[in-house]
Design a protein around this ligand. Structure first.
Ligand code: FES
Length: 122
């Protein structure tokens, strides 16, 4: 991957919903750049993060969202939507993404999924 590909500013924003589509205190899941992205609205700001819970893959966008924390609907792991940190151990983070409102569109900037580096045989 080239350095330019890692520069988030080169990635365009993608509209996912209109202002008002996501009620205060709720999240919704959208497919963007081949990934599932959860977008939450806290009544003032929108927040976007990877939708897949790192525990067993539940959709975080459908989890309860209170006081800036989303709770996974399967086993109740909680994550801060501002930075993706798991509340029980901040070293584990879910990827978060830039969000903006342009006119009445909610837009997110999501890089394509990263390739996984697999070990090679000598
Ligand atoms: S799948 Fe999210 S806590 Fe288990």
């Amino acid at each position: 991957m080239t350095p330019a590909a890692d520069d988030a500013s080169t990635i365009p924003f993608t509209p996912v919903a209109r202002v008002g589509d996501i009620p205060t205190g709720e999240g919704r899941t959208f497919e963007v750049a081949g990934r599932l992205i959860a977008v939450f609205f806290d009544g003032r700001e929108y927040h976007a993060m990877d939708d897949l819970c790192p525990h067993m893959g539940a959709s975080l966008g459908s989890g309860p969202f209170v006081d800036g924390l989303v709770t996974c609907p399967w086993h109740a792991w909680r994550f801060r939507v501002c930075d993706g940190a798991w509340c029980d151990n901040e070293k584990l983070k879910v990827e978060v993404f830039d969000v903006r409102v342009a006119g009445d569109a909610i837009e997110v900037r999501v890089p394509p999924p990263r390739a996984i580096d697999l070990p090679t045989r000598a």
